[in-house]
Design a protein around this ligand. Structure first.
Ligand code: GRF
Length: 186
């Protein structure tokens, strides 16, 4: 199946997905990388893997419906079946939700419903919880509210810094996301 990855930032999860495809652990094709940030690091990674990209700036469109229509056209042209959000820093709107109902997933660096929204790792660290983790969930109109597909805990041990926690969470993300995508789409 053809998937599109949506990313606004570094793209380490995009990288992990591409790696899993190369290693034949994930049987899918990333037919499109969608980004709302023309300077995002993920675009350099997409170039290396020769993934087709759709890059846009929301400010060039009158509203969300109009940039999502442009995205939709690119997705349909590439015959994409699944939308995989990996650090896409926007809420998905009606246009994409209606066309890809039940086919949009996201990864979030906490055990939802704890710590939704921005900087979930910092939030968990500040709160002093002893367990956080990673959640993969279906996307709905809310912020990190869709139904949960998979979760994996990460222990926050004595003396761990915020950066240590981030490293531990990312390590889990990079194995859990490809694995879960594989289970879901095939
Ligand atoms: C990840 O921590 C993911 O959980 C969150 O955004 C981050 C993206 O990181 N939604 P990267 O761009 O894949 O490195």
């Amino acid at each position: 199946p053809k998937i599109a990855v949506f990313a606004s930032g570094t793209g380490s999860n995009y990288n992990a997905i591409m790696h899993a495809i190369e290693c034949k652990e994930l049987h899918a094709e990333v037919a499109l990388l969608v980004s709302d940030q023309p300077t995002a690091k993920v675009l350099e990674k997409a170039e290396k893997y020769e993934t087709e990209t759709f890059v846009f700036q929301p400010k060039d469109y009158p509203n969300k419906a109009s940039f999502e229509s442009a995205i939709l056209q690119a997705l349909q042209h590439a015959q994409v079946e699944w939308l995989v959000l990996a650090g896409y820093m926007r809420l998905v709107g009606k246009t994409l939700l209606e066309h890809y109902e039940g086919k949009i997933i996201n990864i979030h660096p906490s055990l939802l419903p704890a710590f939704p929204g921005l900087d979930a790792i910092g939030q968990a660290f500040q709160a002093g919880v002893k367990v956080s983790g990673v959640t993969i969930h279906f996307v709905d109109e809310g912020m990190d509210t869709g139904s949960i597909i998979a979760q994996h805990p990460v222990l926050i041990e004595e003396g761990m810094s915020r950066d240590d926690l981030q490293t531990a969470i990312q390590k889990v993300e990079h194995s859990l996301y490809p694995k879960t995508i594989q289970q879901l789409i095939n």
